[in-house]
Unconditional design. Structure first.
Length: 128
């Protein structure tokens, strides 16, 4: 599944995470709200918020680009948080996904650069 252009692409899905994902969508962090309402909601490809993939809930997922966008708060900067995120990223990449991470501070205080980095993930010949 390492090929990001694969057409027959199905991610594992855990229905037990539906309620938690719904709750997270209703209670987004300020940085997640900014990224969603000021950019991703009208992104040229459909983006889902708080999407369950395997045993995880990712902040944002764009199926057309096979792209996961994470917005990380303080808990991600502890040693345990870093180790968990590294393993999570490894697993998600194993499904052929690209994972990009931003800190809350980057989204809130360097928003244009965050959007530019996301734009760079769009291939020259994007999927239809």
């Amino acid at each position: 599944m390492g090929d990001r252009d694969c057409n027959n692409f199905h991610l594992p899905y855990n229905p037990d995470l539906i309620a938690k994902a719904r709750e997270l969508r209703k209670n987004m962090t300020p940085a997640e709200k900014k990224l969603w309402y000021d950019y991703l909601r009208t992104f040229r490809f459909r983006v889902l918020r708080q999407r369950a993939i395997a045993f995880f809930i990712v902040d944002f997922y764009c199926a057309a680009l096979k792209l996961v966008i994470e917005v990380d708060g303080d808990v991600h900067f502890t040693e345990a948080g870093k180790a968990y995120d590294a393993e999570r990223t490894r697993i998600l990449e194993g499904y052929g996904l690209k994972v990009i991470r931003f800190t809350n501070d980057e989204v809130l205080h360097n928003f244009d650069a965050v959007c530019d980095l996301i734009e760079r993930e769009i291939p020259l010949n994007p999927p239809l």
